[in-house]
Structure formats: C-alpha cells, structure tokens
Write a protein that binds this ligand. Sequence first.
Ligand code: CO8
Length: 257
Amino acid sequence: MEYQNLLYQVDKHIAFITINRASALNALNQQTLDDLEAALVSAQRDVEVKGIVITGAGEKAFVAGADIKEFIDLSQSDAHSLSQKGHYIFTELIEKSKKPVIAAVNGFALGGGLELAMACHMRFASDQAKLGLPEVSLGLLPGYGGTQRLTRLVGRGRALQMILTADMISADDGFRMGLINEVLPAEGLMDRVIQVLDRIFSRSSTAVASAIDAVNACDDSSRNGYQVEIDHFSNLFLTDDFKEGVDAFLGKRKPNF
Ligand code: CO8
C-alpha cells in the first residue's frame, strides 16, 4: 500500500504510523486523513500486529491540527462530512481498536492533532511537546471529538479553560491534569512506548481487547458499563488464555499466551 503523507512500518508486532508532512507540522489534510484510515485498517487486519503507535515526523510536531489552508474552500456541508469522517476514524478505528493504540506525542499536538492523540488509548509525550485546542482562535471549535474527550480526560473546568482560552499547555501540565500518561526526554520517548506495548503483549490479547471494550463502555451512554464488564469477565472463562493464565499461576510459571 502506498501512502502519500504517512510512513507505515511493522516491526516486532507494532505498527508504527508516522504522519509525514513535517513542512506543514504534520497538519491533517484530507489526503492524510485518507492515509491514516487506510493504515489503521491495515494494522487492524494484520494478524502480526498486536499494537499500534501513532507519531509525527520530524522533531517539531506530532500533528499541528487539521490543515487550516484547506478550510478556505470548504462549504458548511463539506465541513460536516469532514468532521464526521474524522469522528469515524478516531472512534471506530482508534478508540474502539481491540489492539492497544498509543500516541507518541513528539511535539506540537494542537487542534485535530490533540484530538487524534486523545482518541488513542494512552498518550506518552516528549518534554518538548505543547498541547492545545486553539480552534476558537479561528472562529471554530474542536471538530474531531475534542470537546467530549478532553472533558472526560481532565474534567469540565480544565477542558473549558483550554478550549475557551485556546492557550497551549506544556507536556508537564498535561501530565498533571491526566491528559498525558508519562512525560519523557525526546530521545527516550519511543523506547518507553515500545516497552509499554511489549509489556501489554506479554498479557492475554483476548483479555486486553475485552478490557479496552469495557473501559470504553464507561463513556457510552447506550451501554451499561457494569454489565459489559460482567459479560466480558464471564465470557473470558471460556477462553484458552484463561485456562493458560490460571494454570501458569498455579504451576508457578510464566503464562504462554
Ligand atoms: N494547517 C496548515 N498548515 C499549518 C498548520 C495547520 N494546522 N500548522 C502549521 N502549518 C504550517 C504553517 O503554515 C507553516 O507553513 P509555511 O512554511 O508554508 O508558511 C509551517 O507549517 C510551519 O509553521 P509555522 O511557521 O507557523 O511554525 P511556528 O513554529 O512559527 O508555529 C505553531 C508553530 C504555533 C504550531 C503554528 O504553526 C500554529 O499555530 N499552527 C496552527 C495550529 C492550529 O491552529 N491548529 C488547529 C487547526 S483547526 C483544527 O485542528 C480543527 C480540527 C477539527 C476539524 C474538523 C473537520 C473540518
């Protein structure tokens, strides 16, 4: 598969998706969104892939937002379709992914870029990263899920402060408010992300997928999250991984999932 604006590489069970428009600070134009969708579908279909990392090319930016230069030609209905498309990719292909998805936030994560990071299951950031939802400074508001996901992650007061002021915050401030899992020196960022994924890969992938779905149910008003947990928990009793996990514990050995 040829991608115009991203790099896709699979190594040791990890699909690395690198948004590759460094000259535009990796802004998500429509082509990049198409590439991202195709790369995520490939990663989901590839049985060799157990986890996904999303990052940005270059040292300056993760993703500096949707491509503002494309906005000029958009009608209201184009903007609606594009927002809807972004929501589909971020929710269905990232947030609901059965394989863990980690954002390696290597620089500016602004607007649609922070929204992309927030759709991922975890966010690890370089100490140089800057985060923000600057859309109101353009006469807009976040359009790829930011009003909802930021509010869930950091609470209404802090979400509204970030959204209404349009100010950027540091990675350390993002860590303090629960937006960022860990802050690392830039040179150690990817090693740490790989280390975390390897740790997850040593666990039961079936249980991991169920846990992601149960946690997602917390934000899904159409489902009772407690019931989802009960159903997944009991269904896991039917799996080989459960038998292996318990057998390994009782036999005082490492499980072989
Ligand atoms: N879109 C298009 N081009 C961009 C973007 C962007 N979001 N961000 C940076 N660039 C381009 C610049 O135009 C510049 O290009 P050129 O060299 O051709 O002039 C190049 O990247 C380098 O940028 P700067 O020279 O501005 O670099 P600085 O270091 O001076 O500043 C900043 C870095 C602070 C990150 C600055 O570039 C900036 O403020 N960028 C815009 C950030 C922003 O407002 N993002 C939000 C966009 S809106 C959005 O994301 C909505 C999401 C929902 C969409 C829903 C569907 C429609």
